[in-house]
Unconditional design. Structure first.
Length: 260
């Protein structure tokens, strides 16, 4: 559609969705201003994410797709601070995880509404229950897409942290057949491997080299999944499954997310 500013309409639709969601009587959590990012679906980082079994390639999920549109929804400070005491995750944090799932789906509908007006086709990239217990992650990673888009960086247990330090966060994405991001230049094998190792070390998993977890971080884990050498994915998942049987991802607990 000539003269139709897709990004402007996406921002408008998302803002309206946030306001309507906050006005619902069944919603407890307050959320901050959502971040919207765009990245080329052919970004070289997606190749190594796929090669390392970290995430499927977006072009494998939706071949006509050209751009990834990513949103990151910050939890309010109350939800984050409530989860900083040792022990089980706070009810506020668990509630924020649940409500942010609903909000993320609503935001994707709002984004697709703007794309529909522009005559663009689009596809979701996963479902909320897309979790593989053998690999300890979802088939598709919204957070890796956000990283490729330059929206933030990783922290413990593949938590995602925005530039202003917010670690209570819901990230979602979809892929349309329109071009809304600049094409990315090539990256060398060394650059791609360095990016992979950076994510692994930042996530503080045991298989990464040079990991050293503090006594405070070890004590904060209610699942005894953290040692000085890093986070044990299997133990982390086993504990998170006691909180959410269907989506046993670290985000349902988040006790280690505040550490750097």
């Amino acid at each position: 559609m000539i003269g139709f500013d897709v990004k402007k309409h996406i921002q408008r639709n998302v803002q309206k969705t946030m306001e309507e969601f906050a006005a619902r009587e069944d919603i407890v959590t307050k959320f901050g201003t959502p971040l919207i990012g765009y990245v080329d679906a052919r970004h070289p980082l997606f190749n190594i994410f796929m090669d390392k079994n970290m995430s499927d390639h977006p072009k494998n999920i939706y071949r006509p797709g050209i751009t990834l549109i990513i949103h990151a929804i910050p939890y309010d400070m109350e939800a984050m601070r409530s989860n900083e005491e040792d022990g089980a995750p706070s009810p506020q944090w668990v509630r924020a995880f649940t409500e942010s799932t609903w909000l993320s789906m609503a935001i994707n509908r709002a984004v697709r509404g703007a794309l529909d007006m522009a005559g663009r086709l689009s596809s979701c990239l996963n479902t909320p229950m897309d979790w593989n217990e053998k690999t300890f992650r979802g088939t598709w990673s919204h957070k890796l897409a956000a990283y490729a888009a330059g929206m933030g960086d990783f922290g413990p247990a593949e938590s995602f942290r925005t530039a202003d330090g917010c670690y209570g966060l819901r990230v979602g994405s979809l892929i349309p057949d329109g071009k809304y991001a600049e094409e990315e230049g090539p990256m060398s094998d060394e650059q791609l491997e360095a990016a992979y190792l950076h994510i692994l070390r930042s996530s503080m998993y045991q298989e990464a080299d040079g990991i050293s977890c503090s006594a405070e971080m070890i004590a904060a884990c209610p699942g005894n999944a953290i040692s000085e050498k890093g986070i044990d994915r299997a133990k982390c998942q086993a504990y998170c499954k006691t909180i959410d049987e269907y989506i046993p991802c670290p985000d349902v607990c988040g006790k280690c997310f505040r550490f750097k």
